[in-house]
Design a binder for this molecule. Sequence first.
Ligand code: XMP
Length: 292
Amino acid sequence: MVLGLSGGVDSSVAAVLLNKAIGKNLTCIFVDHGLLRKNEYENVMRDYEHLGLNVIGVNASEKFYRELAGVKEPERKRKIIGKGFIDVFDEEARKIKDVKWLAQGTIYPDVIESLSITGTVIKSHHNVGGLPEKMNLKLCEPLRLLFKDEVRRVGRKLGMMEHIINRHPFPGPGLAVRILGDITPEKVSILQEADDIFIQGLREWGLYDKVWQAGVILLPVQSVGVMGDERTYENAVALRAVTSTDAMTADWARLPYDFLGKISNDIINKVKGVNRVTYDISSKPPSTIEWE
Ligand code: XMP
């Protein structure tokens, strides 16, 4: 059996559960699409090894940057990334002998949000559908009927580390859906730095576990600023932090003003290319958690 890992709690819990059931018959594949958080690939690989999982890590950043170059439309970005995953995953899985099953960490909200109940697909989550027919494998999704809080309970029962269980949800297409407009390696690097300041700040101020999910969005907006005696004309970012129990609805998190002020100063002073920070105070619905 092969399983696609994403770094998130869902696929990690699925992997540990299946590892307990079938041991060395499980091979996990973790694809780095170059759109992860700062240092996330290295940190997550260390966690997986610690959990005793048999993991193959693949750095495919260049392929994804190449295929995404110039693409602005959110659903097209998702489709390109979804297909890119299939290509890389397929190539790695073919190297393993006698694979009959494909496992995924799909959870119930992924299924619902990708279903067309009213005729409208809100966002196409890339881990739902596509893969099995192409690879001719049977699909195993042990968490398909569970909500995130239930997945976390399973993880705790399995004795997994708290920092893995409490890790904020992160979209499969990663920072691609937090860079509005086209994606370049430079934009990814700016966003990784700003995001890291926000997330580390949440941890230091004891706020990380009080929010469901947080991140920074790089806006396709430049604005005028002043640094010392110099006029600047640089990017704006939005901080997003929400409270929620299942991501189906969400409220913007009432983070302390002092904290927001500190993060804004740190981002503007430390991240070259950003001269304005805003805070997103929209709830879901009618807004969504991610901006794309
Ligand atoms: P939205 O933006 O729809 O997000 O309110 C709800 C939850 O889903 C995550 N999300 C994704 N996860 N692939 C994923 O695996 C995606 O394309 C995707 N889009 C959104 C989002 O981070 C939030 O937790």
